[in-house]
Design a protein around this ligand. Structure first.
Ligand code: AQP
Length: 390
C-alpha cells in the first residue's frame, strides 16, 4: 500500500498536524505492508508570501521535525517538494483539467482568501432584499387607491430599508472586488498542486486532517477526468482520517481549526520551549462552568483540551472526564501541559540534536528526493505521452 502525505512549512509543527497527520504516518510506518513518501511541501508555503529567510528556516525545521519523529527509513523516505520537479510539471497539466469554479468552491480557499465571511454576509443581505421587495409588492397591491397616511408611512419605511440594504450589498461587492486583486492565484491553484503531489506516486492512501478531505476528493476527480480522457493513468487515492482527533481546534478560538496562520497563541508547537508550551496551554480559553466534561456543543473549548489530553495520553474522553472530574480548569490545564511535555519529550530531545546537524538533515532530504524522482519521472512521462506531447 502506497502512502503519500506532506506538511506545508509555514511555521512550527503543531499538535494539530501531529494529531491529524503525523500520528497516522507513524502508524503506517510500523505496518510492513505499507511504503510511501513524506514530503515537506515547500512550494505550497509560497502562498503565504514568506520571506526567503523565514521559508528556508521553516523548511529545515519541518524536515528536522520529521527526522526527530523517526519518519525516515528505506520504505518511507522524506524529501522536499521543490527537489522533485515533476510535481510542478504535472500541476500545469492537471490545471488544464480543473474548473475555476470548482477551485473557488474549496472551503479552505474561501476561508483563507477571506471570502467566506463576505459571501455569507452577501447571501444574508440578498435574502433580506428579496423579502423587502416582496413586502413592497404586497404593500403596493394593498394600497391601490388608498392614500391614507398609514400606508404611505409603511411604504416609506420599507423603501428606506431597501435603500440601506442595497448600500450594504454594494459595499460587500466593493470588498469582494478589492480582495480579488489581493488574493494570489497560487492560493486558488494549490489544491491542483496537491493533486499532482499525490497522483504522481500511484498513492493508495493519503493520511490527513479533516481540512484536507476536500482536496483529496479533488485529486480523485482530476485523476478520473484525466483517465477518462486519455486512458487509465492515475490511481484514485483515498483520504484517511484519524478517529476523534482529525480536527484539533485553536486554543484561543475553539470554532476555528488550530492553524499556524491564525497566530502563535492559537497553536502549541511540538518543539517550542517548555515554558512557552505551558504558557500557551494555561492561556487557552475555556467555557463557562468548571466541570471537566466532553461536550463539543456546549463546551467546545474544554472538549478540545480533552481531545488534546487524549492525543498525548492515549486515554478516551470518558476516562479523562472521570480522572479529572473535580479538579477545575486551571489544574486540568496544568496536567495537560505536563502530559504534553512528557509525551513529546524524546522527539523534542532528538530534534534539539538534529538542529546542531543541518547537514545530516539535508543529506537525508537529498537521498529521499532521488528516490522520489525515480518514481515521478516515469509517471510524468507516461502522462505527457498520453496527452500527446512528443
Ligand atoms: N488543527 C488540525 N487538526 C488536525 N489536523 C490538522 N492538520 C493541520 N492542522 C490540523 C493536518 O496536518 C497536515 C499538515 O497541514 P499543513 O500544515 O500542510 O496545512 P494546513 O492544514 O493548512 O495547516 P495549518 O497549520 O492550518 O497551516 P496554515 O495556517 O499555514 O495554512 C494536513 O494533513 C492537515 O490536514
Amino acid at each position: 500500500m502506497r502512502i503519500f502525505s506532506g506538511i506545508k512549512p509555514t511555521g512550527p509543527l503543531h499538535v494539530g498536524s501531529y494529531a491529524g497527520a503525523i500520528s497516522q504516518w507513524l502508524a503506517f510506518q510500523k505496518d510492513p505492508a505499507s511504503e510511501g513518501f513524506f514530503c515537506v511541501v515547500d512550494l505550497h508555503a509560497l502562498t503565504n508570501n514568506p520571506s526567503p529567510e523565514q521559508l528556508r528556516r521553516d523548511i529545515m525545521e519541518t524536515a528536522a521535525g520529521y527526522l526527530a519523529f523517526g519518519l525516515h527509513d528505506a520504505r518511507f523516505p522524506i524529501f522536499i517538494q521543490s527537489h522533485v520537479p515533476a510535481h510542478s510539471e504535472l500541476t500545469w497539466v492537471l490545471s488544464t483539467l480543473a474548473g475555476v469554479g470548482e477551485l473557488e468552491r474549496m472551503t479552505q480557499f474561501k476561508d483563507k482568501a477571506g471570502y467566506a465571511e463576505i459571501l455569507k454576509a452577501r447571501d444574508r443581505v440578498t435574502q433580506r432584499l428579496e423579502q423587502t421587495i416582496e413586502e413592497l409588492d404586497l404593500l403596493q397591491a394593498g394600497s391601490m387607491g388608498a392614500h391614507h397616511r398609514l400606508v404611505r408611512d409603511q411604504h416609506k419605511e420599507v423603501i428606506d430599508g431597501y435603500r440601506s440594504l442595497k448600500e450594504e450589498l454594494d459595499n460587500l461587492h466593493a470588498l469582494l472586488t478589492a480582495r480579488d486583486s489581493r488574493v494570489g492565484a497560487g492560493l486558488l491553484n494549490y489544491p491542483v498542486f496537491m493533486a499532482a503531489d499525490i497522483l504522481l506516486y500511484d498513492t493508495d492512501v493519503v493520511p490527513v486532517g479533516e481540512d484536507q478531505l476536500q482536496h483529496v476528493e479533488l485529486a480523485r476527480t482530476l485523476a478520473r477526468r484525466f483517465n477518462s480522457r486519455y486512458g487509465e493513468t492515475f490511481k484514485l487515492p483515498r483520504a484517511k482520517l484519524v478517529k476523534g482527533a482529525s480536527r484539533i481546534m485553536s486554543l484561543q478560538d475553539p470554532k476555528k481549526k488550530m492553524s499556524k496562520s491564525l497566530g502563535s497563541a492559537h497553536y502549541v508547537g511540538i518543539f517550542e520551549p517548555a515554558d512557552i508550551v505551558r504558557k500557551k496551554i494555561m492561556s487557552a480559553v475555556t467555557d463557562s462552568g468548571s466541570d471537566i466534561k466532553y461536550d463539543p456543543a456546549t463546551k467546545p473549548a474544554l472538549s478540545n483540551l480533552i481531545t488534546l489530553m487524549g492525543v498525548v495520553t492515549g486515554k478516551s474522553a470518558s476516562n479523562i472526564e472521570h480522572e479529572y472530574a473535580h479538579v477545575g480548569y486551571a489544574a486540568f490545564k496544568e496536567k495537560l501541559a505536563e502530559a504534553f511535555l512528557a509525551f513529546f519529550e524524546s522527539v523534542r530531545r532528538k530534534k534539539a540534536e538534529l538542529d546542531k546537524d543541518p547537514h545530516h538533515v539535508l543529506f537525508e532530504l537529498k537521498a529521499g528526493a532521488e528516490k522520489a524522482r525515480e518514481i515521478t519521472n516515469k509517471k510524468l512521462r507516461d502522462a505527457q505521452y498520453k496527452i500527446g506531447l512528443v
